[in-house]
Design a binder for this molecule. Structure first.
Ligand SMILES: [Zn+2]
Length: 323
């Protein structure tokens, strides 16, 4: 039985690989760009990058890469048999069996794939902000929105393994188009990608006059980062836009409360770094949007303990559990 496992969180832009001990101690880390190479077979270019990461982390600890359990967190609908069935934000790997590709390349029979937000939920449940909590939802706000649902202490995986695709809950049927082919999905409003889109919209509609002026009058030049920086300094128009993101976030959370009666949300992903600008508003709006808010025990919304690392941390748990 190996004392360490490798967990890799494959995002739309970066792949983070961690080597983690059984007690949760991180002993190695490596970050690479996720390739989007149209010329390859599904997942081939991605698999090559992950194999290089695994070799590098094992070499540093003088370990044999065929003997270390490996977990891979992927951004999309993961079938229980390990195939990535559908990945709007990582289309070049859609349909791939990355676990098999890595297993063959490394002669390693202990490679396991899981949805990335499910991995994050497992890590937060075991070591982080969801520790000791039997019912919570992990919400990762990155390019899109990922979800990991823990109910009665267990990760909910669904019939095919696809449970928790909360980013594609429709919150505005006539709303913005989504990469999944639908319209008005939650992730077009409350994620990092959503903030980017809302920034563009607000700038064009004249609601970010000061920031547009700072960009030489070009509304298309205002970036989401400009909004978060200005909101942190208290610029009213930027604060208002971050509160709007908070409202959209609360709207999706209130739907989850209606379905699951979950009392706790753990917020992770890149946008959670701007949590001070979004979460206070989200908590406030949640009180207005949740049915029978006052009749329920307190609903808490906290940031994840491991931030950008929670997916990779949780992927090591998948590896330890299934090896
Ligand atoms: Zn969608």
């Amino acid at each position: 039985m190996s004392n360490v496992a490798i967990g890799i969180d494959v995002g739309g832009t970066k792949a983070l690989a961690l080597m983690v001990a059984r007690d949760g101690r991180v002993v190695g880390e490596m970050k690479s760009q996720t390739p989007h190479d149209e010329g390859f077979d599904a997942g081939e270019a991605t698999a090559k990058v992950l194999v290089d990461q695994i070799y590098e982390l094992c070499e540093r600890q003088s370990l044999d890469p065929s003997q270390v359990p490996i977990g891979v967190g992927l951004p999309g609908m993961m079938r229980r048999d390990g195939h990535l069935a559908f990945a709007p934000n990582l289309q070049t790997a859609s349909g791939a069996d990355l676990g098999a590709q890595l297993g063959d390349a490394l002669a390693n029979s202990s490679v396991f794939c899981e949805n990335d937000a499910n991995c994050a939920a497992l890590a937060e449940h075991e070591w982080g902000a969801g520790r000791g909590i039997s019912d919570f939802v992990m919400v990762t706000l990155g390019t899109g929105i990922g979800g990991g649902v823990v109910a009665d202490g267990q990760l909910v995986r669904g019939r095919s393994g696809f449970a928790g695709e909360i980013g594609h809950m429709v919150i505005d049927a006539h709303g913005a188009p989504c990469l999944c082919g639908g319209h008005g999905c939650w992730e077009r409003y409350a994620s990092g990608g959503g903030l980017h889109r809302l920034t563009r919209e607000a700038a064009l509609e004249g609601r970010l006059a000061t920031l547009v002026e700072q960009c030489a009058g070009d509304p298309r030049a205002v970036r989401a980062e400009d909004v978060t920086a200005a909101a942190a300094e208290g610029l009213d128009e930027a604060v208002a836009l971050m509160r709007e993101v908070g409202w959209w976030l609360a709207l999706g959370l209130s739907n989850l409360v209606a379905i699951l009666d979950c009392g706790h949300f753990v917020i992770g992903g890149g946008l959670s770094e701007a949590s001070d600008l979004v979460l206070p508003a989200a908590r406030e709006y949640l009180a207005e949007l949740v049915e029978g808010y006052d009749a329920r025990p307190t609903i808490t919304v906290t940031t994840s303990m491991f931030g950008a690392r929670s997916g990779a941390m949780g992927a090591t748990l998948v590896a330890f559990e299934r090896a």
